[in-house]
Design a binder for this molecule. Structure first.
Ligand code: FAD
Length: 404
């Protein structure tokens, strides 16, 4: 069986690792020219869905590398007042409704650096990951599906998986009925060097998974630490792994987010320099007491970028004999719960196991895809709904149509 994955993001790479580990022929096609073509973003919070999936997909050695480079943050979402004094510390499982994470007495939460995670997920896949391959469309005929790329290349397989993120081109063909919406929320992202964060932020900001202060306009300053137990470029040496991870320093990711009306024109903001966005973050918080509004001034120069937050609208996915979707390609959610990557990783393993069922002959491909899609849409859209609910409460995010 040959599996074609479109998109070498977190979900696509995790699935490719799992399939390769289980002896399935898999090829990944990614539009970026190389893994270092663009900035990958900063901190990601992983919960048990994400961590367990990564464990299932990687070799023991690579999983150890993942652990050595992940921050064991304290499992709290912490709320501050606008003067940055403590208001409330919420156990993260209570905040994200991730009850199953503590069912067996084990709560697992890690903060990771997104680029480092992607580097680890890429290790050993170099020969099957094709960069500079922008997917255009597919043709499905009988048991074969062919993927066509913008540069004229094509690839044939038994199963095509769209793991190509929020603007998925695979989804546009596979599920033209799917609708995505502008959530009405915007964000400016940046990061502090750890030592600067320690200077201007309360101590919990460098300990808990995520800490946020919010004002009456629902404008939020949120921060989350990435403190490497072992520096990524040294971690590979410790484990005798030949590939070397890029050097990274400890930092605290920071976000200033709220309704789009506070941020002004999207087009102008996308063209703003990091310095201009950093100044905008400071200006947005100018009503905050004391020095609180100046916190973003201590962040790293050049680290800021602008984000529009989108959400999928849950829908009933029709069936297809040999094309399916995973991760943000089908259930993009706003990052108000920090769960999108975790759900994408969970999809990868669920789908990977269904592919193994086909290879073993215990299910047909259509039975496997039916079972995968039923389970994935149920939990995936469930998290989309809860993320939207939380985003509406915290950020003034537009409600999903069915809640209007
Ligand atoms: C600011 C922010 C903070 C977040 N924080 C968290 C968090 O703390 N925890 C969490 O769980 N989630 C978080 N998320 C959500 C998380 O980033 C996503 O849910 C996750 O990246 C989805 O993974 P994916 O593999 O589905 O898609 P992606 O990671 O987006 O990967 C898609 C890949 O497909 C490629 N691609 C796209 N189009 C094509 C094409 N035509 N041809 C070939 N390749 C293509 C892209 O280049 C990309 O590499 C956050 C999101 C944002 C925006």
């Amino acid at each position: 069986m040959t599996v074609i994955i479109i998109g070498a993001g977190i979900g696509g790479l995790c699935l490719a690792q799992f399939l390769k580990k289980n002896g399935v022929n898999v090829q990944v096609f990614e539009r970026d020219a190389s893994p270092w073509d663009r900035k990958q973003g900063y901190r990601l919070h992983l919960d048990a869905d994400g961590i367990d999936s990564i464990r299932e997909s990687l070799s023991d050695n690579l999983f150890q590398l993942f652990e050595l480079t992940s921050t064991h943050a304290l499992p709290y979402t912490t709320i501050l007042n606008t003067d940055l004094t403590l208001k409330r510390r919420i156990p993260i499982d209570e905040y994200s409704k991730t009850k199953h994470h503590i069912e067996n007495g084990v709560a697992k939460h890690l903060n990771v650096n997104r680029a480092t995670l992607r580097e680890i997920l890429l290790m050993g896949l170099e020969d099957i990951c094709h960069y500079g391959a922008k997917f255009r469309h597919y043709e499905s005929e009988g048991n074969t599906v062919t993927a066509y790329f913008e540069d004229g290349r094509f690839a044939k397989g038994d199963l095509l998986i769209g793991a190509d993120g929020t603007s998925s081109v695979v989804r546009k063909q596979r599920a033209p009925e799917a609708q995505f919406m502008d959530s009405g929320a915007r964000a400016i992202y940046g990061k502090f060097r750890l030592e600067d964060a320690r200077r201007v932020l309360p101590q919990l900001c460098t300990a808990d998974v995520f800490t946020a202060a919010s004002d009456s306009r629902k404008l939020i300053l949120g921060v989350g630490p990435v403190i490497f137990p072992v520096r990524p470029d040294l971690a590979t040496q410790c484990l005798g792994i030949e590939n070397v991870l890029h050097e990274q320093h400890d930092y605290v990711g920071c976000i200033v987010s709220g309704r789009k009306e506070f941020f002004g024109s999207d087009i102008e903001n996308r063209n703003k320099t990091s310095d201009e966005l950093q100044q905008m973050a400071i200006d947005l918080l100018h009503q905050w007491p004391g020095d609180a509004h100046l916190a973003p001034a201590a962040a790293e120069k050049g680290s800021f970028f602008y984000i529009q937050m989108n959400s999928s609208i849950p829908f009933a996915l029709s069936s297809h004999p040999n094309v399916t979707l995973l991760g943000d390609a089908i259930h993009t959610m706003t990052p108000s719960l920090g769960r999108g990557a975790n759900v994408a990783l969970r999809d990868s393993i669920l789908l990977g196991k269904e592919v193994i069922n086909v290879v073993n002959g215990s299910k047909t491909l259509s039975e496997s895809l039916r079972d995968y899609e039923a389970e994935m849409t149920e939990y995936g859209f469930g998290v989309v709904r809860y993320s939207a609910e939380m985003g509406t409460r915290l950020l003034g995010q537009n409600a999903l149509p069915q809640f209007l």
